[in-house]
Ligand binder design. Structure first.
Ligand code: PRX
Length: 635
């Protein structure tokens, strides 16, 4: 399988050159040699970033589950596909072979059909990290339904917004979720959300925590008895290469979350190819990505990428701190994990607890360590490298986004020499560039600018569900004929990239993307609040945490500020979820504004970060006096 598995640096450069000089020939070969097609394409690539429109493998027919499941049945039917590790360490792990996965997906797909789900229908999935979550995704894909997974930490309001935006006909959930020593009432949240959704016709419920829940007659169905009765054979729906596979919401700096739409063939090819190389996955390895399938990392690198390669992918239901901070390492030892992929926020949280626990486990199975979701700081990088990898397992710092569908800039382990805090080189086929403020490309090395991509790659999101105009404005309008990532980056003297962070109003907290506007909108609903502004500030564990500046109405109320702080965080939890709670809330009489009335977040960011000395020029503000007052009352 030429070019599919890169093993040397020279080979990387050679393959990279080919992928850039002859992208169509390159991707055609990868697609042809490594996947199952029901019909070949008429054209490898059609694209026009000015529309924007991108089509890969136009005219091809396939089903991704045939690639992720069926084709493995003859060669590796008894091999573990999904290795489920429950929240409770005393509950046995459950290995699910490719054969068993096939039966479960086929049955599940038949249940979806029996409830009237057809090709093109949207199905919302709101489940904890249990095998049914992966099975549900694949079951949708098998019959051509478009899945929209909503992370099970989002509130009823956030869930309802997402269900309504894409007009979901069904929701798949569970009676509840285990999370460390807590349980979460997922079905209750779904019921509350559905009070605001008229599009949902049926709710399938997985029994996980055995709690007493309300089942609405004619709408809600336990899935177990339906699965029991269902046939274990379900013909695949033959999909067009460009048919949508899924929608996944991500926060923007303003307005509604954006339902990023991913297509079938390009997404499959790119997630599989990047998985193989970024993790150097070889036969019989046990691979573990700790992300939740509610995020793109889980879609691409727990489910689709690994399964398309016939890999064994571990799925963990719990949290790193339960029953203690050694849980990750206990799992690595128990299942002899070879590739371990996590987020800097988890690394920092674990590093805080020292190395005593780490050192009680045998981590010698590890070959590759991965990092994703936010910049990894130098201290965390070294802690990971020294204590987990024992300086023997290269760290792949993988930069990518919900919108990109797959890893874009990363070292290839044992191939690309790593450098702390650097995502290093663009992956095969990725034409990254840096732009200056005047819209000019920065050529050469040792430059810093805004990160763009010049040429389409197979798994680029094709649109925003129901809003192509917003897709165009957000990603293709800042720089002509380029995809703008929203990130800043620098290129060092050898051409390695380091991501410096978002340049828009998106803040990444513990690896989760949060737009400032939806949080501010939520806060402003509090009856005592006039206006608010949210900024990020450096936080040891979370990377960034949220700092809110809030102007209160002069109501003459004697309510304590502490109570108000609690109420504000409560409103945020209700509207978005606990992940968006503010770490600090400062009440203020005013916010620094430009003469056109725009809040100067740059100043607020500096104050929140305690960088008062380089606040810069404030003379052009409408209300410069407010700055000193904010500094004086800083928390
Ligand atoms: O700012 C970048 C940051 O996460 C953003 C994308 O977030 P999301 O769509 O939620 O996807 C996260 C998982 C792929 C990016 O715009 N980011 C992601 N990975 C890195 C990163 N920042 C620095 N280094 C990374 N390795």
């Amino acid at each position: 399988m030429s070019n599919y598995h890169i093993k040397h640096l020279e080979e990387y450069f050679q393959v990279y050159r080919k992928s850039v000089n002859q992208p169509e020939a390159f991707w055609e070969e990868i697609a042809e040699e490594n996947f199952m097609w029901r019909k070949k394409w008429n054209a490898v690539l059609d694209w026009d970033f000015s529309k924007p429109s991108v089509q890969w493998f136009r005219g091809a027919k396939l089903n991704i589950t045939e690639n992720c499941i069926d084709r493995h049945l003859l060669t590796r039917g008894d091999q573990t596909a999904i290795l489920f590790e429950p929240n409770n360490p005393n509950e046995p792990a459950e290995p699910i072979s490719y054969k068993q996965l096939s039966v479960r997906v086929n049955k599940f797909a038949n249940v979806l059909k029996s409830k009237g789900i057809q090709k093109g229908d949207r199905v919302c999935i709101y489940l904890p990290m249990i095998p049914e979550l992966s099975v549900a995704l694949l079951a949708c894909a098998r019959i051509g339904a478009i899945h929209s997974v909503v992370f099970a930490g989002f509130s009823a309001t956030a869930l309802a917004t997402r269900i309504n935006d894409s007009d979901c006909k069904m929701i798949i959930t569970s009676d509840g979720a285990f999370r460390g020593n807590k349980t979460i009432d997922l079905k209750g949240i779904v019921d509350e959300a559905l009070d605001r959704c008229t599009c949902v016709e049926s709710v399938l419920v997985v029994k996980r925590i055995e709690s007493e829940i309300q089942m609405k007659s004619g709408r809600d169905f336990w899935i177990a008895p339906l699965l029991e009765k269902a046939s274990d054979t379900c013909q695949i729906e033959i999909m067009d290469a460009e048919d949508p596979l899924f929608i996944l919401y991500t926060s923007g700096s303003t307005g509604m979350p954006k339902g990023m739409v991913h297509s079938t063939a390009g997404y499959m090819v790119y997630s599989a190819y990047t998985f193989k190389n970024t993790f150097q996955y070889t036969e019989n390895d046990v691979y573990w990505c700790t992300a939740d399938i509610g995020w793109i990392t889980g879609h691409s690198y727990i489910v689709y990428g690994p399964l398309a390669n016939g890999a064994t992918t571990l799925m963990f239901e719990g949290v790193p701190s339960y029953p203690d901070f050694g849980r990750f390492w206990e799992i690595v030892q128990k299942h002899k994990v070879n590739q371990f992929y996590t987020a800097p926020t988890a690394i920092r949280a674990l590093a805080k607890h020292g190395t005593e626990l780490v050192n009680t486990y045998d981590l010698s199975s590890l070959k590759v360590l991965g990092s994703v979701g936010e910049p990894i700081n130098e201290e965390a990088w070294h802690w990971y490298n020294d204590n987990i990898g024992k300086r023997n397992s290269p760290i792949v710092d993988t930069w990518w986004q919900t919108e990109t569908g797959g890893i874009m800039i990363t070292p290839i382990p044992y191939v690309t020499p790593t450098k702390p805090t650097y995502a290093t080189l663009p992956f095969i086929g990725i034409q990254a560039c840096l732009m200056d403020e005047n819209g000019q490309e920065l050529k050469g090395n040792q430059v810093e600018g805004r990160l763009c991509i010049k040429f389409p790659w197979p798994s680029i999101a094709r649109t925003i569900w129901g809003n192509h105009q917003r897709y165009k404005e957000t990603y293709f309008s800042a720089y002509e004929h380029k995809y703008f990532t929203g990130d800043g980056a620098l290129r060092d003297e050898v051409g390695y990239y380091r991501i410096t962070g978002r340049v828009d109003d998106v803040i990444i907290v513990s690896g989760h993307n949060l737009g400032t506007a939806p949080i501010e909108d939520a806060i402003n609903e509090h009856p005592a609040v006039v206006e608010s502004a949210i900024v990020g500030f450096p936080h040891y564990v979370k990377g960034s945490a949220l700092y809110g500046y809030v102007i209160l109405k002069d109501t003459g109320e004697s309510r304590k500020h502490d109570n108000l702080r609690k109420e504000i965080n409560q409103i945020i939890t209700e509207h978005i979820g606990p992940i968006a709670k503010l770490d600090k809330i400062q009440f203020t009489d005013g916010l620094p504004k430009t003469r056109s009335g725009k809040i100067m977040r740059r100043i607020l960011r500096k104050i929140a970060a305690n960088e008062m000395e380089n606040i810069g020029d404030i003379s052009t503000l409408l209300n410069p006096e407010v700055v000193q007052s904010i500094i004086d009352n800083k928390l």
